[in-house]
Design a protein around this ligand. Structure first.
Ligand code: NAD
Length: 428
């Protein structure tokens, strides 16, 4: 398989055509600042010792402490974590947050661990990376298969190591452990603001638009629930086990109630009296969901879901990227040729890191906001940066992805340049 990081870097080639950059900036954006690979010994419940591999990559910290989630997944690799840290660098700059980008992960299938094993692994991972993180250095958060509980264990472990309470070291914590209200819904909510801005700008109507959502996890579920409430028709959702479809549209809250009870979506086919009372569902494969003839295909699972091999199968007019890197650069070019609009990840899923920023601010100030304040500041930030990306795309006649990258790279380049470049020192 091709390197995800090499593919991610290809996007910069297009961006560099639209901006004058010194070689210093180009050079800096090619290399992560720090890549750490650790072995985490874990005492399993049966007494055996198993060692798991973990990573933390800090890509660039020119604009501030680095920021990025921690992923638990069997496919986690240094290549994947490096790409995700690069995307975080761009994303924080797109949103004008005072952060650089980082990412972490452990190569593990968390579904095979007991709750106690998961806690010991999470604490062990923090012990291994404690020297390179901190509220003013590098601030982790949740990502795929990690959640608020895991962040709470990690923040507690860090406090024990440092012998002081430093809640600003990690965001996405439980609300009762110095987390922020609104963080759990922020990614889905932020993605909806971006979609709504696009709908408004193009004189479309939410109540006439259909959606299919790949990935019914934290981000995909909250997005679907809020989009349904805003009038969009959610035709289908999927998780790693399969997909369901309803001609009349699904109620995402009912789907989640069922999923929580039965652990996957496949059983939705069989009416259990609690969710099938109003609607009937049809079972689809994940591949069929991707090919549905809907207005918006929402990708909220993992990277590389749409590539050159399945791009012809896509019929949606718009793609909303809630996952990081769900469309490969080759597929991107083909989609653009076909006139499919891609609302890019570095903008569309930035609601999570934006509220993580708010959480960090609250932790440092020791002063906590109510949910209305969090949500209204999130909306203001998402709308401001989305409008600016849409304007840039329109003015320069470039894709929304290139425009978003351009917005981010301009800000990063500005910061690097202010620190002094080759040209600056030559002119001395
Ligand atoms: P999650 O673990 O809560 O959910 C992931 C979901 O994807 C699960 O329901 C899983 O079953 C499903 N899935 C996995 N493989 C699939 C497949 N092949 N087809 C269909 N579904 C599949 O994770 P999350 O936090 O919701 O993150 C999802 C994506 O959004 C990731 O790419 C993540 O990096 C990105 N993201 C999340 C946040 C956040 O705040 N949660 C912020 C920014 C970006």
């Amino acid at each position: 398989m091709n390197s995800i990081f090499e593919d991610a870097q290809k996007r910069l080639v297009e961006v560099f055509k639209h901006i004058e950059l010194t070689d210093d900036v180009r050079e800096k954006l090619k290399h992560p600042k720090l890549s750490l690979c650790v072995s985490i010994p874990l005492r399993m419940d049966n007494g055996r010792l198993k060692v798991f591999t973990g990573y933390r990559v800090q890509f660039d910290d020119t604009r501030g402490p680095t920021k990025g989630g921690i992923r638990y997944h069997p496919d986690v690799s240094l290549d994947e974590v490096t790409s995700l840290s690069f995307w975080m660098t761009i994303k924080c700059a797109v949103m004008n947050l005072p952060f650089g980008g980082a990412k972490g992960g452990v190569s593990v299938n968390p579904k095979e661990l007991s709750r106690l094993e998961l806690e010991r692994l999470s604490r062990g991972y923090i012990r291994e990376i404690a020297d390179i993180i901190g509220p003013k250095r590098d601030i982790p958060a949740p990502d795929v298969y990690t959640n608020a509980t895991v962040m709470g264990w990690m923040a507690d472990e860090y406090a024990q190591i440092k012998r002081q309470q430093l809640p600003g070291v990690i965001t996405g914590k439980p609300v009762h452990l110095n987390g922020s209200l609104g963080r759990d819904t922020a990614t889905g909510r932020g993605a909806l603001h971006v979609l709504q801005q696009w709908v408004e700008r193009n004189d479309l109507r939410a109540d006439k638009m259909t959606l299919a959502v790949q990935g019914f996890g934290n981000a995909g579920y909250h997005f679907s629930r809020l989009a349904h409430a805003a009038g969009f028709k959610v035709m289908a959702v999927s998780d790693s086990q399969g997909a369901i479809f309803s001609e009349e549209g699904l109620d995402p809250q009912k789907v989640m109630n069922h999923k929580e009870k039965h652990k996957d979506l496949r059983t939705m086919l069989y009416c259990d009296g609690s969710v099938c009372d109003l609607q009937r569902y049809k079972k689809l494969t994940g591949h069929e969901l991707l090919g549905l003839d809907v207005d918006v295909l929402v990708l909220a699972a993992l990277e590389n879901q749409v590539d050159k091999d399945n791009v012809d199968h896509i019929k949606a007019r718009h793609i909303l990227e809630i996952a990081n890197g769900p469309v490969t650069s080759e597929a991107d070019v083909l989609l653009e040729k076909r006139g499919v609009t891609v609302l890019p990840d570095v903008l569309a899923n930035a609601g999570g890191v934006t509220v993580s920023y708010f959480e960090w601010v609250q932790n440092i100030a020791g002063f906590y906001w109510d949910a209305n304040k969090v949500n209204s500041r999130l909306e203001k930030t998402m709308v401001r940066e989305a409008k600016s990306v849409f304007d840039l795309s329109h003015d320069k006649k470039i894709s929304l992805r290139t425009a978003a990258y351009l917005q981010g790279v301009k800000r990063i380049a500005g910061a690097i340049t202010q620190q002094g470049t080759h040209e600056y020192f030559q002119n001395e």
